[in-house]
Ligand binder design. Structure first.
Ligand code: UDX
Length: 476
């Protein structure tokens, strides 16, 4: 009997752990569950995390780190993250093209991500079907699709009112323009350039699931409002998250055995994702807030933001940097909290921590991967958004999905004081609080529906099957 040639799918991710991790997991699942041949391409710079520690060829997935590019002569130091990422991807395209050109079996499908639309030209050249994997949620995607409708403003007075203006995207809660994108910045222009190419795509895979964002999903597939948010077909295929691999490094072993000794649901996990860090003043307030709350905690700390450019953290995430928290913690904090707290410098085994029964709440920057990891483990959240889609995610989680406490984290540089931090933590962690009980119940419900979505026959599982069938038919 003649055997079918496997369909070859290429995934081009963007630099940054928040993009690489879900793309890697998507690739693994296409290989292991759907029997496709998949090559994941990762653009890199000389400072990118070493491939051996992060993404060796895994589970049959072919992972190629594109040769490092140097963009220092192309972008100024303060250039926005969106522009930097876009530039890195663009500078890597010549290498991508040459690998595809010489590959023994040219991929028939190219899956790009939000910041790599420049690669669509390569897909055209090699006659590949064009898809995108958006690593964030459906609301963030809907806002992006809506972006061309937001007009630029002419002067600064208009700008101030524009930033506080509410945008009503069909299927989404209203959101202030300023939280999403400042129409007068370079990153807005760059994002808009990506968005205008969405129409070339045959479909968009989203790392979310139908039940989580029902209204937005309905709006995105409603032909009658297609004029307002024009989009190719959308396929919610999530949650796609990193699996727990257990303690493989010393830090993980120490951290998980510390958790083993704490009561169930008693530990607050504090982390700001792969790129987040706070100002020195905010670190001090958070330290005192944790102390005042009298709750157990694990805190992943980074050098305060005043020491380093945030974008350099984000793009180098996963690299180990030497830091000494006693350089910037309040005097005596580590000694006073020794019995109840664990401070981890830079990076933690996050999925392992969130899946541990002792963890009761996640104080998070609301990066979408972190959010999905929390949801899949039934852990309620305290939102502390910092940049990018995180403010939008925080609003979605508190007001719509109701798995996160309602907090007043300002979008600007305002410092959140220790009393407010204590209040937020107690509200979720203390047994008696009704809002906390509701959040815990909701987190458990969402865990069940997330697991249902990715199980055989679930909505996300079916969406991915539908796509794979299409790709297989097209490549025959
Ligand atoms: C940013 C955006 O805010 C996010 O919404 C977007 O989808 C991707 O880029 P980022 O800061 O990378 O996100 O956070 P997040 O999306 O949460 O991803 C971080 C990933 O790194 C998670 O998978 C998390 O488990 C992992 N991580 C982070 C660790 O394993 N350990 C850490 O200490 C920090």
């Amino acid at each position: 009997m003649e055997t079918r040639k496997q369909t070859h799918v290429a995934i081009l991710t963007s630099p940054g752990m928040g993009h690489i991790i879900p793309s890697l997991e998507l690739g693994k699942s296409l290989v292991s569950q759907h029997d496709l041949k998949v090559t994941l391409f990762i653009p890199t710079t000389s400072k990118s995390p070493q491939s051996s520690t992060l993404h060796n060829n895994q589970d049959g997935l072919n992972v190629i780190n594109l040769p490092p590019v140097d963009i220092t002569h192309l972008v100024a130091g303060e250039t926005s993250l969106v522009v930097r990422i876009t530039t890195i991807v663009r500078e890597s395209l010549a290498s991508l093209r040459s690998i595809i050109e010489t590959s023994q079996q040219t991929p028939t499908v190219l899956i790009i991500d939000l910041f790599s639309t420049d690669a669509l030209d390569i897909a055209d050249e090699f006659k590949m079907s064009k898809y995108m994997f958006s690593t964030s949620n459906m609301s963030a995607y809907a806002f992006l699709a809506y972006l061309p409708k937001i007009k630029r403003v002419k002067n600064n007075n208009d700008l101030v009112s524009r930033l506080t203006e509410l945008v009503h995207v069909p299927g989404c809660k209203p959101i202030r323009v300023g939280l999403l994108a400042d129409p007068n910045t370079g990153s807005y222009g760059c994002m808009l350039r990506h968005v205008t190419r969405f129409k070339e795509l045959s479909g968009v895979l989203l790392n979310t699931f139908e039940d989580l964002e029902q209204e937005t999903y309905r709006a995105l597939i409603d032909d009658e409002i297609a004029e307002l948010i024009p989009t190719p077909s959308v396929y919610p295929v999530g949650p796609i998250i990193k699996p727990t691999v257990g303690p493989s490094k010393n830090q993980a072993i120490h951290c998980l055995s510390w958790l083993d000794n704490q009561p169930n649901g008693s530990v607050l996990f504090v982390s700001f994702g792969s790129g987040g860090s706070l100002s020195s003043e905010q670190v001090t307030e958070l330290a005192f807030g944790l102390e005042l709350s009298q709750q157990r905690f694990i805190w992943v700390v980074r050098n305060p933001i005043d020491f380093v450019l945030p974008s350099s953290y984000y793009l180098d995430a996963g690299n180990t940097k030497e830091i000494d928290p006693s350089d910037f913690f309040p005097d005596g904090f580590l000694a006073r909290t020794q019995q109840v707290g664990l401070v981890l410098p830079n990076w933690a085994p996050q999925v392992e921590i969130l899946s541990h029964a002792s963890v009761g709440c996640f104080l998070s920057h609301c990066g979408w991967n972190s959010t999905l990891e929390s949801i899949l483990n039934g852990v309620p959240m305290i939102p502390w958004p910092l940049f990018a889609d995180q403010h939008l995610n925080a609003t979605l989680l508190s007001d719509d999905i109701k798995v996160a406490a309602r907090t007043q984290i300002p979008p600007g540089k305002e410092v959140i004081r220790r009393e407010e931090i204590k209040r937020m933590i107690r509200l979720v962690m203390e047994e008696g609080d009704e809002e906390g009980q509701n959040l815990r119940r909701r987190a458990k419900e969402l865990k069940t529906s997330a697991l249902r979505a990715i199980s055989i026959g679930g909505s996300s599982y079916n969406s991915l099957c539908q796509l794979v069938e299409k790709w297989n038919t097209e490549s025959d």
